[in-house]
Design a protein around this ligand. Structure first.
Ligand SMILES: Nc1ncnc2c1ncn2[C@@H]1O[C@H](COP(=O)(O)OP(=O)(O)OP(=O)(O)O)[C@@H](O)[C@H]1O
Length: 307
């Protein structure tokens, strides 16, 4: 195992940040830690990398994390501000200088898609470009194990895809990657396995598709109608069931060939709607099923039915 944790606990005063987490991550895996703000993701990354002292046992590359070879590790913290009055190239070169051996700075910049911005001051880059520079600093020593705490937060959709491609390529080349995210699409697209963290506990773990199949529930249709209360009444009278969701009207258990029946039921009752969206359940639904909370793109936890 490249990374392993057994019954890891960490509290800050009264706040229990980690409440007995165990996990094992193998070489070449991309493992995603998912959870909303406050779930314990950053504390777990800190425990696994030796920057906080938890109870329980942690092993990184077979050692106490504090003794693991820094040359083999890359860590992108959530909050990371390189010196602003350096250019992108100088920032990456500065971090490269901290290692006995480092990669070519120009190549590393190309890898993160910063071909034209190498000579721009860090403080003059866009939010997404800054994050790419930060990712580049974690790649410059060609690490075997990478910890990326919310690597794509603030990056535009294309930039996000670029970073995913980069992480994929690193894992293909044998690197082990632990990534935290509250973007479910990111977790589904990128990760071989994910761990769902809630209140400092790992509530489920597995390949995204397997978790969705086991806990995600049935396909559903989301309806956008001006008068969604009326739409709900009409559908309830026709024996449709609903996914608990305070923000949207979501009809549960609708196979693809049954979407037309939902539309007809509404139309026959004179209910106007401007959208019917059929979708398979995703990791967001899994999280909701298992914790009663949504993660959401902003990462802010929300109790369903709590508004
Ligand atoms: N240094 C600290 N001192 C006090 N409390 C802390 C500290 N670090 C984390 N916590 C608390 O521990 C809990 C878990 O925080 P953590 O940052 O690990 O969550 P997270 O899932 O990474 O959230 P986010 O997505 O916002 O980073 C939170 O309640 C947080 O307030």
């Amino acid at each position: 195992m490249v990374i392993s944790a057994s019954d890891v606990r960490r509290s800050y005063g009264e706040t229990v940040a980690l409440d007995g987490v165990s996990l094992d991550i193998d070489a070449g895996e991309i493992y995603g830690l998912i959870g909303p703000n406050g779930a314990g993701k950053t504390t777990l990354v800190r425990a696994l990398t030796g920057t906080t002292d938890p109870e329980g046992e942690v092993r990184l590359l077979g050692e106490d994390p504090k003794r693991a070879d820094p040359q083999r590790l890359g860590l992108l913290p959530q909050e990371f501000s390189p010196p602003a009055r350096l250019t992108a190239r100088e920032v990456v070169s500065y971090y490269g200088g901290l290692y006995d051996e480092s990669r070519d700075v120009g190549e590393t910049l190309v890898d993160v898609g910063l071909t034209d911005s190498g000579n721009t001051y860090y403080e003059d880059l866009s939010g997404g470009q800054k994050r790419r520079v930060c990712v580049a600093t974690t790649l410059v020593n060609d690490p075997d194990v990478l910890f990326l705490d919310e690597p794509t937060t603030g990056i535009d959709p294309q930039g996000r895809r670029d970073v995913w491609g980069l992480i994929d390529a690193l894992a293909d080349a044998g690197a082990t990657v632990l990534v935290t995210t509250h973007y479910m699409e990111e977790a589904e697209r990128l990760c071989d396995r994910v761990g769902l963290l809630a209140g400092g506990r790992l509530v489920a773990e597995g390949p995204p598709a397997a978790l969705v199949a086991e806990h995600g529930g049935r396909p559903r249709v989301e309806i956008r109608a001006d008068d969604s209360d009326h739409a709900r009444e009409v559908l309830a009278a026709a024996d449709y069931a609903f996914v608990p969701d305070e923000r949207r009207l979501v009809v549960d258990d609708v196979a693809p060939d049954e979407v037309g029946d939902v539309a007809t039921t509404l139309t026959d009752a004179g209910v106007a709607y401007d959208g019917l969206l059929w979708r398979q359940p995703d990791l967001e639904e899994v999280y909701l099923q298992l914790t009663g909370q949504t993660v959401g793109a902003s990462g802010t936890p929300r109790e369903v039915g709590d508004e």
